[in-house]
Each structure stands twice: as C-alpha cells, then as structure tokens.
Design a protein around this ligand. Sequence first.
Ligand code: NAD
Length: 357
Amino acid sequence: MTSKIAVLPGDGIGPEVIQEALKVLQRLSTVFKHDFHIEEGLAGGAALDVVGVPLPEETLKICRSSDAVLLGAVGGPKWDTNPSPLKPERALLGLRKELGLYANLRPAKIYSALLNASSLKKEIVRNVDLLVVRELTGGLYFGEPRGIERSHGQEVGVNTLRYSESEIDRIAVVAFEAARKRRKQVCSVDKANILETSQLWRKVVSAVGERYPDVPLTHMYVDNCAMQLVRNPAQFDVIVTENLFGDILSDEAAMLTGSIGMLPSASLGGNVAMYEPVHGSAPDIAGQGKANPIATIASVAMMLRYSFNLQAEADAVERSIESVLAAGLRTGDLYQTSSSETLLTTSAMGDALANAI
Ligand code: NAD
C-alpha cells in the first residue's frame, strides 16, 4: 500500500518529535511492507521566518494532495508579539478551516506502567481507555450574533449556541464509526434538560444511532459526565459532544493519564484528516533532547487506524508504547528519580519505540 503523508514539523519541539514519528513510520514500512510517501511543508513560525505567513499556499497544496497530515507543534516566544493574523497558531485554524475538519478526536488511555502518574487513585484510573469526539466548528464558539454591546447603561456580552441537524448528524456518524473500531459504545453528552439545542442534539444522535444497531447508545447530562469522569472513567468508550462541552471534557479526560507528552489527537472531516500531539511547542525544553515523542507517535497510530484503516499496524504501534513503558524507559516528563527507571533522550525513546515494533 502507498500512502502520501504531509508532514508539518512546525516549531520548538515539533521537529524533534516529528523526527521520531518518522522513524516509526520507516520501521512500519519495513515490517508491514507499506510505502509511506512523506512530503514536508512549512507551518507556524518556521513558515513565518521563510515566507512571511504562518500557513503558506504551498503547504496547503501539499496537505490537500495527501492522504493525511501529521503536524508537530507551532508557536514560540519569538513570534508572540506578532499581530494576530501573523501568529504561528493561525496555521492551525487555517488548516482546520481549509481541510474542513469538524471532528476532534482525543483518546485518553492509561498505560499500566504509568498508573502512578495520574492524579487520581490507581483503582479509579485502571482500565481507562476512552475517546472524546468533540464537534469543532459549530456551537457557541462560532454562533452569530456575538459581541459585547451596551444596553440600559451597561455592557452586555452575547454568544449564540446554534446547531443544525446536519452538523449534529455528521459528528454523530464520526463517533459511531470510531466506536466500531473500539469497544462499540457511544455516550452522547448534552444538557437536554435545559437547552433546546441539546434536545435537538439528542434527537438527531438517537436517529443516527438507529443506523448503527451494533453500537449501543446512551445519553448523559454534561454535569453528570464531568462527575463520572473522575468517579468511574473506565465506564466510557466513546463520548460524543458539542464544541464547548467537548473542549472542557477532553481536557478533564486528558488529565486522567498523567503527562501531556502522552496525548495524541486527530481532527477529521473532509477528505484529508490531521493528526497531532495535544501539547504545544514547549519552548522551555526545545533543542535539549528532552521532549517525549510518544504523543506524536500515538498520533501516528491514530492516523493508521482512522485514515488508512490499518488496524494491525496501529495496534503494533500502541503495543510498542506499552512495552517500552513497561520496560521502565522514560523521557524526563515521566521519569521518577527514586525508581528503577531509565532516563532517555527524545531520540533514544524514538529508537526504542521503533525497535519494539
Ligand atoms: P506546551 O504544551 O508547549 O508546554 C506546556 C508544558 O508541558 C511545558 O512545561 C513543556 O515543557 C511541557 N511539555 C509539552 N510537551 C511536552 C513533551 N512532548 N514532552 C515533555 N514535556 C512537554 O504549552 P505552552 O507552554 O502553553 O505553549 C508553548 C507554545 O506552544 C505557545 O506558543 C503556544 O501557543 C503553542 N501551542 C501550540 C499548540 C499546537 O501547535 N497544537 C498547542 C498548544 C500550545
């Protein structure tokens, strides 16, 4: 199989973690006999420095003609004082918009070797393996009218929560399809006891659910879900929810697992999906070989699973992460000095993961 991947290393630790992800892809192509055709593009500060814009047309062209996009991270102090349209982070918004990415997938999985890294008790986080599917382009963050106006002698802030049937239908489809690749359970999260938007959400998600009789659907109010995530997070497989609720719940779920260096993500929607670690460019550790590449390598596993439908290959990458952690190998963000762990550089961790496949 030949797949074309647009690779955008970006800034800070972005190029460092991407280099390790490329090692893993190289190893996969040897073991599983696939041909991954890699084309690199400039994004973020790296693009600003060379061509003066955060998302050059050339980069978009590379992305549009690829089967998937793998991004490192963008941003850094060098560009912090740039005017808004010339900030590196604008590359992310531009990619989401241009590629029509309306679904954000964020898994939170506990690796047994890292049970102690969670801020919750081991008994609570053991067996957590969930996926938050967040609607990314609708809801309160985009609804009109919006703004701050003067009314009766004081300022009043306005935002609008609006969802159409088609927006809800398509995100629900993403959730059910993702569930079919997992443990086949969907929990739709809303506030249907108060919000009309949520009542429509519940109706449309239920209708989509009838098209997936093999995937049981449950509904939960968002306040209860926030509570259940810290009370009994192992009960969840796929959680699907609207933009604002998803923003908050995906961060809450992420914290169950310990380090930000472990968290992958996918943004789906149009023909080309984008995969990236949840973390940023970490300027405080950039260039020092300290970055944990696992979030990016786990993002590669998501790419194999969701864009290329290569389940065995995705499983192999995830197993390599599990086994390397079980062997006590750690980058600095996970390392505990008092234990029998081995501290590795970014590059040595990449080698260990690639060799474990
Ligand atoms: P950050 O995620 O870059 O870093 C937060 C903390 O986590 C830092 O202490 C960092 O050293 C640590 N960390 C992050 N990733 C790590 C890894 N892989 N291994 C080990 N430690 C890791 O967030 P920040 O400091 O708020 O932002 C830094 C820059 O990144 C800013 O310019 C911000 O705008 C940008 N940013 C970009 C993205 C993205 O590209 N998707 C996301 C978030 C922030």
